[in-house]
Design a protein around this ligand. Structure first.
Ligand SMILES: [Zn+2]
Length: 89
C-alpha cells in the first residue's frame, strides 16, 4: 500500500510541475507580442472560475490570440468598443 501512495504522490508532483511550467511559459502582457497593439479580453466564464490567473486575449490588429497570465498592476486600458458592444448583445 505504501508503494501505491508513493507512486500516486509522484504523479501528483509531476502534474504540479507541468502546470507550473506551463503557467510560467504563458506571456504576462496586455500587448500583442507580434504587432504591439492592445489585446482584447475574451471572456470565458469557465476559465475565469477554474483558473482566474489566466486570461484568453485576442489582438484586433493581427488576429493573434492566446492564453496569457493576468498581468499585475493597474489596467492600462478598457475593453474595446466593438467587443463591449458584442458582449451586450
Ligand atoms: Zn497583434
Amino acid at each position: 500500500m505504501l508503494i501505491v501512495a508513493v507512486l500516486f504522490a509522484t504523479v501528483l508532483l509531476r502534474f504540479g510541475i507541468v502546470l507550473g511550467v506551463v503557467y510560467l511559459i504563458l506571456p504576462a502582457t496586455r500587448i500583442c507580442p507580434q504587432c504591439a497593439s492592445d489585446l482584447t479580453l475574451i471572456r470565458h466564464p469557465i476559465l475565469r472560475h477554474l483558473i482566474p490567473q489566466v486570461e484568453h486575449r485576442w489582438c484586433l490588429g493581427c488576429g493573434w490570440n492566446s492564453l496569457v497570465r493576468r498581468p499585475r498592476g493597474p489596467r492600462s486600458g478598457s475593453q474595446s468598443r466593438v467587443i463591449s458592444r458584442a458582449a451586450r448583445s
